[in-house]
Design a protein around this ligand. Structure first.
Ligand SMILES: [Mn+2]
Length: 336
């Protein structure tokens, strides 16, 4: 409770009574924090922050990720949530094209502050939801080209993408753009599957092949080595010690985090296309992401949420929370 109390005075300043009278449309406007003097942004607005549920109902407004402002582009942003709504690469149950939309809906419960870690992302970096990549549902190759182009533009703006998937195919063109900007990256890949197949039904591009393509194209930094940790080694234990080893292996270079929701046990996250039993717990998922704090993260994704297989909405809710945890461990995020 101490952490929450620390955050309250600032929240009150931002949401004064007069501000709360601006009506239901206000939740899509910028929250401006000007306590540090003139803005560094041409728009005059320094940070974006979700509106407090004390003054704006969580269920109101157009559902952007974390109820952040929507922006057309990544210009001026330090990090952006971006959706890639495809399932054309799935091998079993489709439906991940609806993942980004459902994650945004369930993200209405996300807070402005991480009371577990004391991370205050919205007081540290400028974040917004920049919508979805305009994918081609009928042509996976063309979709990959569109994703690559979109991420080139996002990265060229100096913005770190936090991706709402979409099936895991998308990691391949995203990593093409990331490696183009940052060079070969370290990869932290959390998944029930390796996704390193060569061909699926004769096709090179599918959700089971992205990381083989990445290795073939030199997008991953081989010098940091490869390590696979089977789920059996994760059963019954905290993954915090493992993450110390991961940080050591990743070192100081750029790192990309790709988190497939099917790594979690389907008892917790059934809304996915290729579920496997005896998976990780949500607690372990959070430990993995929190354990990435200190890494030079240059991008993250949360993929394979397929809402139709989960009538509770819990898979998308979990995905939304994991994406918030990713935001909280980005470089330059302050901890109060
Ligand atoms: Mn996967």
């Amino acid at each position: 409770m101490l952490a929450l109390r620390t955050n309250f005075p600032r929240v009150r300043r931002l949401f004064s009574p007069s501000f709360s009278k601006t009506g239901p449309g206000f939740c899509c406007q910028d929250r401006t924090l000007t306590r540090d003097g003139p803005s560094r942004k041409a728009s005059g607005q320094r940070y974006n922050e979700p509106p407090s549920a004390e003054v704006v109902a969580r269920v109101s407004g157009i559902p952007t990720m974390a109820r952040l402002p929507y922006r057309e582009t990544a210009d001026g942003l330090d990090a952006a949530f971006v959706g890639v709504p495809i399932d054309t690469g799935t091998s079993n149950r489709p439906g991940a094209r609806f993942g980004p939309r459902q994650i945004r809906v369930e993200s209405a419960m996300l807070r402005a502050y991480n009371s577990g870690t004391r991370a205050a992302p919205y007081q540290s970096i400028r974040v917004a939801d920049i919508g979805d990549v305009n994918v081609n549902l009928y042509d996976l190759q063309d979709t990959c080209r569109r994703i690559r182009d979109a991420y080139r533009t996002i990265l060229a703006a100096g913005c770190t993408p936090l991706t709402l998937g979409g099936d895991h195919t998308i990691a391949y063109p995203i990593l093409q753009a990331v490696a183009e900007r940052h060079g070969p990256v370290g990869l932290v890949h959390v998944d029930a599957h390796a996704d390193t197949s060569d061909l699926l039904l004769g096709e090179k591009i599918a959700h089971g092949t992205p990381f083989r393509r990445c290795v073939e194209e030199g997008l991953l930094d081989r010098e940091r080595g490869f390590r696979v940790v089977p789920v059996e080694e994760c059963w019954y234990r905290s993954l915090t010690p493992l993450m110390a080893e991961v940080r050591s292996q990743m070192g100081a270079g750029p790192v990309y985090l790709s988190f497939d929701i099917d790594a979690l046990d389907p008892g917790f996250a059934p809304g996915t296309g290729t579920p496997e039993i005896a998976g990780l717990t949500p607690i372990q998922g959070v430990e993995i992401i929190r354990g990435c704090r200190g890494l030079s993260l240059v991008g993250c994704d949360l993929v394979e949420v397929s809402p139709a297989y989960d009538t509770t909405g819990n898979t998308a809710l979990t995905g939304a929370n994991l994406l918030f945890e990713m935001l909280c461990v980005l470089p330059n995020v302050k901890y109060l």
